[in-house]
Design a protein around this ligand. Structure first.
Ligand code: ZN
Ligand code: ZN
Length: 264
């Protein structure tokens, strides 16, 4: 079986939000503590693929005792998905070979501009070193990554777009304003065991899915199980579990950081 781990299920601020006094940010329930959104895929062929390098990356890798990676997929260039990229450095110390980073051309350009010391090396490295990373392009459609077949699609998000994908029976849809009909169709036809999907809060938002819209899309995609992610501090774990149960959804759950799931 393939395995995915939820490394973080929080929105861009994480939960709790620094300085916030709301009951969810003040909650002692560990299920209300959310690092920034990221997952790790460990395939049945022993490939470890990280999705996004959140600002919490070091803690996330330590929490899961992850000591090696084969590649990284970056969904889009927002800070909560990329600003932990320097935490990949220790993997370069060990291997001295570049780690492949897979992303679309716009995100590649943005990463190169934001992190020139990593991607535009034109001086000798002195001192602590840098992460050795090589960028590889992702285009829409099926694509081999580390001998695994992924199906990538772009979705509208903010001023740009964000990648979503499925790998065998696992789908990941993070950070998007809507899911386009042709993407819904492809995800439905994939007959997923597990879908991890954006659900920022209860109220509509300009750049993310909110609960009603997330539930509508889950009903259209029809995965065996759906897990809500990228949640803000409006969502309290016990409350939403009860609401989903009351609404009759018995295979949809909010994510908990650290959770793992198997899929075929
Ligand atoms: Zn995000
Ligand atoms: Zn984003």
């Amino acid at each position: 079986m393939n395995k995915i781990s939820i490394l973080g299920s929080g929105t861009s601020t994480g939960v709790p939000i620094l300085g916030c006094k709301c009951r969810i940010c003040q909650s002692n329930d560990p299920r209300n503590k959310r690092l920034r959104a990221s997952v790790l895929i460990e395939t049945k062929n022993s490939k470890s693929i990280l999705v996004d390098t959140s600002p919490d990356l070091r803690a996330q890798l330590l929490n899961k005792n992850i000591s090696s990676l084969d590649g990284v997929i970056i969904t889009h260039d927002h800070a909560d998905h990329t600003h932990g990229i320097d935490d990949l450095r220790p993997f370069s110390f060990q291997t001295q070979t570049p780690l492949p980073i897979f992303t679309d051309s716009e995100t590649s350009l943005s990463l190169t501009t934001k992190f020139p010391y990593i991607f535009q090396r034109n001086k000798p490295i002195i001192g602590g070193g840098i992460p050795l990373l090589d960028l590889y392009p992702i285009n829409e459609g099926p694509q081999q990554i580390l001998d695994e077949t992924f199906h990538f699609y772009f979705l509208p998000h903010g001023h740009g777009k964000s990648l979503c994908f499925f790998h065998e029976k696992f789908g990941y849809i993070v950070d998007c304003r809507e899911i386009l009909p042709q993407v819904l169709k492809s995800f439905r036809e994939a007959k997923l065991d597990l879908l991890v999907i954006d659900c920022l809060r209860y109220q509509p938002h300009q750049t993310h899915l909110h609960l009603d819209l997330t539930l509508k899309y889950i009903e259209e995609i029809k995965p065996k199980k759906a897990i809500l992610t990228h949640m803000g501090h409006e969502i309290e774990y016990s409350d939403i579990i009860n609401q989903l149960s009351t609404l009759g959804y018995n295979s949809i759950f909010p994510a908990i950081d650290g959770q793992t799931f198997l899929y075929s």
